[in-house]
Design a binder for this molecule. Structure first.
Ligand SMILES: [Zn+2]
Length: 139
């Protein structure tokens, strides 16, 4: 099979890397269930990103930039903060993302966070939004 490359932002490298299309056999050798799932890998730092592989139309469309384990952890922290708000507490998901985008000055997507600083800033903004909401409810 011909090797396929695509320019994707790599968080660890700090530039658009020439990512190589691979599959689960390379990045998750102990997960036979992921063997045929596509991934984009950076051959310079060996970090990788998954794809929207469940969509039939473009199953190699990357989920976002190529992240680092540390940034993945921060993204999970962000989801742990945001998700209960709209899943359990009746907040509007669109409104949360809208407020975040407004505060940041650009359209917010968790998958597109490029630096740890950015992730930390987002965590701070969300924490403030939650605190303000609690405060105004208790008044
Ligand atoms: Zn890289």
């Amino acid at each position: 099979m011909e090797t396929v490359y695509r320019d994707i932002w790599c968080v660890a490298c700090g530039f658009d890397t020439s990512a190589r299309l691979t599959d689960g056999r390379e990045v998750y050798p102990n997960r036979p269930d992921l063997a045929t799932v596509p991934f984009w890998i950076c051959d310079l730092c060996h970090n990788f990103v998954g794809c929207h592989h469940k969509t039939k139309k473009n199953r190699t469309q990357p989920l976002g930039c190529i992240s680092t384990p540390k940034l993945k952890m921060l993204r999970n922290t962000i989801h742990d903060l945001i998700d209960p708000l709209w899943k359990e507490q009746g907040w509007s998901r669109g409104k949360i993302y809208g407020t975040l985008s407004k505060e940041l000055g650009y359209t917010y997507h968790t998958g597109e966070i490029r630096t740890e600083e950015e992730a930390n800033k987002i965590i701070e903004i969300i924490s403030n939004i939650i605190q303000n909401a609690r405060h105004s409810r208790s008044v």
